[in-house]
Design a protein around this ligand. Structure first.
Ligand code: OAD
Length: 245
């Protein structure tokens, strides 16, 4: 048991070692594709077929992927720390599927701030469902109102879900963290840097795990320039064993 308070923030780099492309890295989606054509409400209005094709392909890739040692180390920390929250920008389900000694990372310990790729929700009404099975080729229509359904993710130009923001803010208000770990994100969104910096207490650690420097690096008390799957298992072991002395 680690008698401490932990916040972990992750991005696409954490899923990279499971074979999932990042957005801005080498071979990242946004190196080859224009986000305006795939990940905006206007893109969906103009060409829902293209948008769904991309999301169906990503869902398929994720169903075949497995959590890697970075996901497992985070599940271990979640199971071991007295207080824990994971804020992930990842829409995949790899954090949720990672286990530590048979224990899953519980949904109440995780905020998917950019949504969940396996959720299909109506573009017109409140209807939504989770689609884990293989997708149909047609664009799904809402069983309630007949409007086109869309993936349950946050697109460029859209607001974050205020209930999810509340969950993060609620955790930050409960007190400063002993350890804040930010792994595998370019930290380009201001709220990611802000949450990490605000969360860390005066004597707390702010640890960045990323092979490259990011806008967060200047605030980090420790920078680990290694892949998350390499760095996180050892880091978590040291955090957990430090406190049990
Ligand atoms: P990015 O693709 O912007 O950044 C991935 C980061 O992971 C980079 O900083 C890499 O250096 C780092 N990285 C790559 N491999 C790694 C590894 N094995 N271990 C650790 N780090 C590694 O992905 P995000 O920062 O998650 O948003 O992107 C943020 C958001 O931008 C995404 O959630 C998505 C995207 O557009 C929306 O769709 C709203």
């Amino acid at each position: 048991m680690f008698n401490g308070r932990v916040l972990v923030i992750t991005g696409a780099g954490v899923s990279a070692e499971s074979g999932i492309p990042t957005f801005r890295g080498k071979d990242g989606y946004w190196r080859n594709w224009d986000p305006a054509k795939l990940a905006t409400p206007t893109a969906f209005q103009n060409d829902p077929d293209l948008v769904w094709e991309w999301y169906r392909e990503r869902r398929k890739q994720l169903r075949a992927a497995q959590p890697n040692p970075a996901h497992e180390a985070i599940a271990r920390l979640a199971a071991t720390a007295e207080e824990f929250l994971l804020v992930t920008q990842n829409v995949d389900d790899l954090h949720a599927r990672a286990k530590w000694e048979g224990t899953d990372l519980l949904p109440e310990k995780m905020v998917q701030i950019h949504g969940d790729i396996f959720v299909t929700r109506c573009s017109g009404c409140e209807f939504s469902r989770r689609d884990l099975r293989e997708d149909e080729k047609e664009i799904p229509k809402c069983p309630d109102c007949g409007a086109l359904m869309r993936p349950g993710v946050v697109w460029f130009g859209e607001q974050l879900d205020s209930r999810e923001i509340e969950r993060v803010e609620g955790y930050l208000h409960q007190g400063p963290c002993d350890a804040v770990i930010v792994a595998g994100t370019t930290a380009l969104f201001g709220y990611i840097v802000e949450w990490a910096v605000r969360a860390v207490g005066e004597s707390g650690r702010l640890i960045e795990i990323n092979p490259e420097e990011t806008p967060l690096s200047q605030f980090a008390t420790e920078q680990i320039r290694e892949p998350a799957g390499v760095a996180l298992p050892g880091l978590v072991t040291s955090i957990v064993s430090d406190s049990s002395r």
